[in-house]
Write a protein that binds this ligand. Structure first.
Ligand code: TYD
Ligand code: MG
Length: 453
């Protein structure tokens, strides 16, 4: 057995230090440093790959290559986010809160691939084979030709995978349950997770299989412990959603083989995840038309336009420091919009309690939502409902101006498709102007405020 040495690893950021400390110097988190015993061979790769002075081959940059071979699942929402299917020989991390539906999504994709005659191995470290079978039966996939294993030891998993034909897809559910003999720390610690992920990445490259690692996310939004894993894998997808709502969003955050700004929308039903082809209709389904404080935002998620309802409630505050509660949007962005309304438009709003909610539990991070937020706030403050057939988009500047945003024509087309008639936005370019909708182009926020109030 190789000599072990101990090192102190931050479970939040993965920084290694020589001695224990209450606070990690690297990320500033408290109480995250844990002593881990590491086999001195870890990180050096397989023995044969150790530097022995043999030169590697240099090749010209220009040259023939095949485009990355992919395995498509046929689940369009998933294939869109991966950029056209799982890439063979690559490793992909799917992160998300516990219970959000990661295992369900991957079991469904495994079954879809297996039905096209692909060899798919599903390794469950969290559930016993019987539990996975039960879930598959519940999803109506009881007959799918997916190979199952309930195993957590990396060496055994690799030995199993290397036996027989190389699989097309391997799913490891989850990376936090794996442990390898080479490291003595507990499963789930940074060193275990990193070493296990390294071994599986190496297997993917060598065998040409696409490997999907499932990872749980901590409450502050990091894939638990292994932010380090995010750097090692080729693509990172997050599966998000609010457990009190039925729809789920698969979002690409890193992709070496495709765009990262795509999302896939699913709905969790009693029969598993269903694809949502028209998300706008879903998000606007339960809209309180005619209620003050509700505005429809024409947003973009990747290349796809999505209409979303933004709800605001402005209420007189009994407190010295009024409350601000924001769900689904950036609270500092809300403070900015409020400050602009107060200072540039003369709207007295700051002393109220303010609640802002993106309906359906969706998270928006586009500045283009500023205008819709402002419209919802003014509508609630003045108790004047906005016209139910109008949408809003535009970025607000600190000077109180409205800036144009990208993809205006896609947003307009989506609004028209869903039966909206009027649009409030910033200046449009001549190419984006349309005759089909009644578009009002504002250059100052104050003009819009005057219209609503
Ligand atoms: P799961 O895939 O186990 O989540 P994760 O792997 O991310 O922890 O999904 C768990 C939740 O999904 C569970 O609360 C039940 C729900 N669910 C359904 O609503 N319908 C279904 O068909 C399935 C399989 C699960
Ligand atoms: Mg699971």
């Amino acid at each position: 057995m190789a000599k072990s040495r101990s090192s102190f690893v931050c479970q939040n950021c993965g920084a290694v230090s020589a001695r224990w400390a209450g606070r990690c110097d690297s990320c500033g988190e408290w109480n995250t440093i844990v002593e881990e015993l590491v086999d001195s061979g870890v990180g050096a790769g397989p023995k044969s790959a150790k530097a022995n002075g043999k030169p590697t081959q240099l090749v010209p940059l220009a040259g023939e290559t095949e485009s990355a071979a992919r395995v498509m699942t046929g689940i369009a929402e998933l294939d869109r986010v991966t950029g056209g299917g799982f890439v063979k020989g690559s490793t992909l991390l799917v992160g998300g809160d516990p219970g959000i539906g990661k295992s369900t999504l991957l079991l469904q994709s495994a079954a879809a691939l297996a039905s096209h005659g692909r060899k798919v191995v599903y390794v469950s470290g969290e559930e016993a084979v019987a539990q996975v079978r039960l879930r598959a039966q519940r999803l109506g996939l009881g007959e799918a030709e997916v190979l199952l294993a309930a195993e957590t030891n990396v060496e055994i998993i690799l030995a199993t995978l290397e036996h027989g034909n190389a699989p097309d897809l391997v799913i490891i559910d989850s990376i936090q349950t794996l442990w390898t003999d080479r490291v003595e720390s507990a499963p789930g610690t940074v060193t275990q997770v990193r070493t296990s992920a390294q071994a599986l990445t190496r297997f993917a490259k060598k065998s040409g299989a696409a490997v999907v690692l499932v990872g749980h996310v901590t409450k502050d939004g990091q894939i638990a412990g292994p932010r380090v894993v995010e750097h090692m894998v080729d693509a990172v997808l997050y599966f998000e959603g609010d457990s009190s709502h039925t729809f789920r969003i698969l979002r690409g955050v890193k992709n070496r083989y495709g765009a990262t700004d795509e999302i896939g929308v699913f709905e969790m039903t009693a029969l598993g995840l269903k694809q949502v082809a028209n998300p706008s209709a879903l998000f606007l389904d339960q809209r309180d038309e005619g209620a003050a404080g509700s505005a429809v935002f024409a947003g973009m998620e990747g290349t796809r336009p999505i209409l979303i309802e933004i709800q605001a409630l402005v209420a007189p505050s009994p407190l010295g420091t009024p409350r601000r509660a924001v769900v689904g949007w950036d609270s500092s962005r809300l403070s900015m919009v409020l400050a602009v309304l107060e200072t540039r438009c003369g709207v007295r709003i700051g002393a109220n309690d303010i609640y802002l909610n993106v309906a359906g539990g969706l998270k928006i991070n586009e500045p283009a939502a500023d205008l819709a937020v402002a419209a919802a706030l003014i509508s609630s403050l003045t108790n004047s409902p906005l016209p139910p057939d109008s949408v809003y988009f535009g970025e607000i500047s600190l000077a109180g101006g409205i800036r144009p945003v990208v993809h205006a024509s896609l947003r307009l087309r989506e609004a028209q498709k869903l039966g909206f008639r009027s649009v409030s936005t910033g200046r449009l370019s001549a190419a984006d102007r349309t005759r089909d909708l009644e578009v009002t182009e504002y250059s100052e926020l104050a003009e819009l405020v005057g219209r609503i109030a």
